[in-house]
Structures are given as C-alpha cells and as structure tokens.
Design a protein around this ligand. Structure first.
Ligand SMILES: [Zn+2]
Ligand SMILES: [Zn+2]
Ligand SMILES: [Zn+2]
Length: 108
C-alpha cells in the first residue's frame, strides 16, 4: 500500500489553526503544524467538506476525513452512492451519509 503525503486541508497547508480558537498562533490540530498529512492510496477529495477539512457550517474538523480534506477511497472501483447521490451528506439532516460514511462513493 502506498502512502501519499497531501497538503493539510483544514489549515490549507499553513500549519496554523484556521480559526485561531486558542490563539492566532496555535498549530493546526490536524497536521500538528506540519502542513501536510499522510493518507494511504488511492486518495480522493472528501466530498462532504469539499476538500476544506472543515465540517460544513461549523468550526470543527470534518468527521469524514478527520480534517485532512481527502480520504482513502474504499476501492479503485467505486460508484456514486445512491442514497446521497454522491454528495456525502444526508439530504434531510446534512449529517454524513450512513451508506457511504460521507465519502459519496460505495464499493462496487
Ligand atoms: Zn493542518
Ligand atoms: Zn472532509
Ligand atoms: Zn452516501
């Protein structure tokens, strides 16, 4: 399994907490200030946060990708999730889709 280094989505590669919750200089909680995070291949953009690493409408890390902005795809052959239509979010509640766990894709 190959490990890929990607730019941290939560801080957008700055290494700083994007919201400055503790202080403006506090390190990003996702990459611990390293500006990059590692993921096993194949890596896809997290559809739930659209790669931002931020839980929609909240100042929290995305629960689907853990704030990285990308996730490891379940398999190279994946199809759009029929329940959320690939958005990763449950239409009614806005919570991560249970069928695809917020990834928008299901293994075929
Ligand atoms: Zn970061
Ligand atoms: Zn995400
Ligand atoms: Zn889904």
């Amino acid at each position: 399994m190959n490990i890929k280094t990607i730019t941290c989505g939560f801080c957008d590669g700055t290494g700083k907490d994007p919201f400055g919750l503790l202080s403006a200089a506090s390190a990003c909680q996702v990459c611990i200030g390293r500006r990059a995070v590692m993921l096993a291949e194949p890596v896809i953009t997290c559809v739930f946060c659209q790669g931002s690493g931020v839980y929609p409408c909240q100042r929290l890390t995305c629960t689907v990708c853990g704030g990285k902005g990308s996730v490891t795809a379940l398999s190279a052959r994946a199809a759009k999730c029929p329940d959320c239509r690939g958005t990763g979010a449950t239409p009614d509640s806005g919570l991560p889709c249970l069928t695809c766990k917020g990834r928008g894709l299901v293994a075929t």
